[in-house]
Design a protein around this ligand. Structure first.
Ligand SMILES: Cc1cc2nc3c(=O)[nH]c(=O)nc-3n(C[C@H](O)[C@H](O)[C@H](O)COP(=O)(O)O)c2cc1C
Length: 376
């Protein structure tokens, strides 16, 4: 079925399950089972675009809100929309993290398109109009001769990491990350307006750890913050297809079952601050993604973030976030000075080695995030 939106012809699919009956859809398993050999090379271009979306939705998003909507544009590519109904009003009042999440999904589209030798260019729309796409990935059908340039090869090398990337909140080993690996991570910020700032200095990391702890206590004391957070926390075995399940925090049994209630009602600031301070101080490496505060820079920060995370996975490392001081203005200013950033910190991460594997988080079925009718 076809329709026209903004003068562009769109292909409307009814079934986004990738061929699986809805009853068998397991949000913790099915999305990660996408197999590259199922790429519909012999089918229509819109089927091929639809297939790429299986990789886009595996991107990370703030609290796994999956704040995206896609539209398959006949003969043109994929439009990406922000879903502001999934915003976090207290933790992310300016939608900064929401837009960064969209950038991460865009980067997965770039990688998947490169893997299937489909030329892809991103056109950003900075009008701020929520009814219009924030970006359109202009994608062409697969090239018969395959891919060519080194930049494309680099993207292709990240493809196997898309389904294996998960946030790992467990303690990391103290082992140092070799300088050669750190250099490869540093290259993820090249060709972008967003800079990556690294710290492997124990003294700086101690100070950052103290700031993380202070910011965390500040946030937990706020009932609005706890409500925002609890909204997206799920019990251990969750049938829901969004939010963070207890397993991703290594919670089991009653702790997982009560996680949402406890997060909403109890100020756990002291406990969490001590825990996260230690993780931060012990981290072999801290990395800040930095950039200016604008929709374009946030989209770019999301692309750099996902490039970095997929590279981390490719290099056999693990990562998690310490965004608390980035989320509160007074601590953000201090973090910027501590790390000597020339632009605003957008995200703060640790990287290192870990023997405990991370737990996957659920994803919504494609038909829930692909527009079946034009936004008006
Ligand atoms: C912009 C952004 C901000 C995030 N902030 C945090 C954070 O402060 N703390 C945290 O533990 N995880 C954070 N995450 C990770 C998400 O919770 C995670 O991506 C989501 O639950 C999906 O899980 P996955 O990354 O394992 O696929 C953030 C992710 C993004 C994209």
């Amino acid at each position: 079925m076809k329709t026209t939106f903004d003068g562009i012809e769109m292909d409307l699919h009814d079934d986004g399950s990738g061929g699986l009956p809805a009853a068998e859809y397991d949000p913790l398993r099915t999305p990660y089972d996408v197999r590259e050999q199922d790429f519909p090379g012999e089918k229509s271009f819109s089927d091929q675009l639809w297939f790429l979306l299986h990789y886009a939705v595996l991107a990370p998003s703030t609290h796994n809100t999956q704040p995206w909507r896609f539209a398959v544009l006949e003969s043109e590519g994929i439009a990406l929309y922000a879903d502001y109904s999934r915003r976090m009003p207290v933790i992310d009042p300016g939608n900064r993290e929401l837009v960064i999440s969209l950038g991460a999904a865009l980067f997965n589209l770039r990688v998947a398109a490169a893997h299937f030798a489909m030329p892809c260019e991103i056109a950003y729309n900075l009008s701020g109009d929520s009814e219009r796409p924030v970006a359109v990935a202009r994608i062409a059908p697969p090239l018969l001769g395959g891919r060519s340039c080194p930049a494309e090869e680099e993207l292709v090398s990240l493809f196997p990491s898309i389904a294996g990337r998960h946030t790992n909140r467990n303690p990391f080993l103290l082992s140092r990350v070799p300088a050669s690996v750190m250099l490869r991570l540093a290259s993820c910020g090249a060709d972008s307006q967003c800079e990556l700032v690294f710290s492997t200095d124990g003294v700086v990391n101690e100070r950052v750890g103290s700031l993380v702890a202070e910011a965390e206590q500040h946030q937990w004391a706020d009932a609005g913050f706890r409500k925002d957070l609890a909204e997206w926390i799920r019990p251990g075995a969750t049938p829901e297809a969004d939010g963070i399940p207890g397993a991703a925090y290594s919670w089991t049994g009653p702790v997982a079952a009560l996680g949402q209630y406890a997060s909403r009602t109890l100020d756990q600031g002291l406990l969490r601050a001590a825990h996260d301070r230690n993780l931060c101080v012990d981290a072999p490496g801290l990395i800040a993604v930095t950039g200016e505060d604008s929709v374009l820079h946030w989209l770019e920060a999301g692309e750099v973030l996902e490039r970095l995370l997929l590279t981390v996975v490719r290099e056999g490392l693990q990562y998690s976030y310490f965004n608390m001081p980035v989320q509160v203005p007074q601590f953000r200013t201090q973090l910027k000075a501590l790390l000597g950033c020339s632009a605003w910190p957008q995200l703060l991460l640790r990287v290192g080695y870990c023997l405990t594997p991370p737990a996957p988080t659920p994803r919504k079925p494609l038909q829930d995030v692909v527009l079946s009718q034009p936004m008006q």
